[in-house]
Design a protein around this ligand. Structure first.
Ligand SMILES: [Zn+2]
Length: 249
């Protein structure tokens, strides 16, 4: 499925006008030709990206018993269209998608900040990928808002293994001492950007470090979170349990 998107997308990246006529730009989701004012995804698919239910954000915050961040902003549910977009951004080098994501965040984040940062990748993954997708999103968000982006605000000093298969207790342990901040952030309001939030333990660990460095406010902004289990439990009258959520990009 993803390979199909890649071949379609490679066709649309051809800039020669004649070849563009032969291989029109295609939507990465439904593969219909894009209009001139559409990039990567058509308006129809874009409108089908599921905006997150604010009740879910509230529930996610409440699940974190010792919370170090303040506000939490999330734009989308981790649905199949979002999964296609984030996969292309993370693994297929379609970096322009980060600009679409920054615009989506811009519609959701409301507070004012002194500085923006992004959750750093561990060095091994950074070497493999060559870029940090969250930093790309933060760069575009910074250009749009004029708020300075400091990619070095947090340093990852421990290579933590993948979190997706760990439960909450294991994630907290995994994140302990993983980050450090070398700056004095006394009185600063910081917005920390990440692509996908699952349990929030990584972002909470980052917020702890930033608050320890003096920040008076640390807000989190993420593009999406998986909510399938939450929705099922909502139907049963209870809130979701993030320990059982899992994602695959
Ligand atoms: Zn489409």
């Amino acid at each position: 499925m993803i390979q199909k998107h890649v071949s379609s997308f490679l066709k649309r990246t051809i800039s020669d006008p004649l070849l563009s006529f032969v291989f029109p730009a295609l939507c990465v989701s439904c593969e219909t030709p894009l209009d001139d004012n559409e990039t990567y995804i058509c308006k129809s698919c874009h409108s089908q990206l599921t905006r997150i239910d604010p009740r879910y954000i509230k529930a996610l915050k409440e699940e974190i018993t010792t919370r170090f961040f303040d506000d939490l902003f999330i734009v989308y549910e981790f649905d199949s269209i979002f999964q296609t977009l984030i996969h292309l951004l993370k693994y297929q080098h379609f970096m322009g998608i980060s600009e679409l994501f920054a615009e989506a965040l811009y519609t959701r984040v409301q507070n004012e900040y002194d500085e923006i940062s992004a959750v750093p990748l561990n060095p091994i993954r950074m070497r493999e990928r060559g870029y940090n997708q969250s930093a790309l999103i933060a760069t575009h968000f910074s250009r749009k808002t004029g708020i300075p982006f400091n990619p070095l605000l947090l340093e990852r000093i421990k290579n933590t293994p993948s979190q997706t298969k760990l439960n909450r207790e294991q994630r907290i342990k995994n994140m302990q001492d993983a980050f450090i901040c070398h700056f004095d952030l006394s009185g600063q309001r910081i917005l920390l950007i990440d692509d996908v939030i699952t349990t929030g333990s990584t972002l909470n660990a980052c917020a702890f470090v930033l608050k320890t460095a003096g920040a008076k406010q640390v807000d989190i902004a993420a593009l999406a979170t998986p909510v399938g289990v939450f929705q099922k439990n909502q139907e049963n009258g209870s809130l979701g349990n993030s320990e059982t959520r899992d994602i695959s990009t």
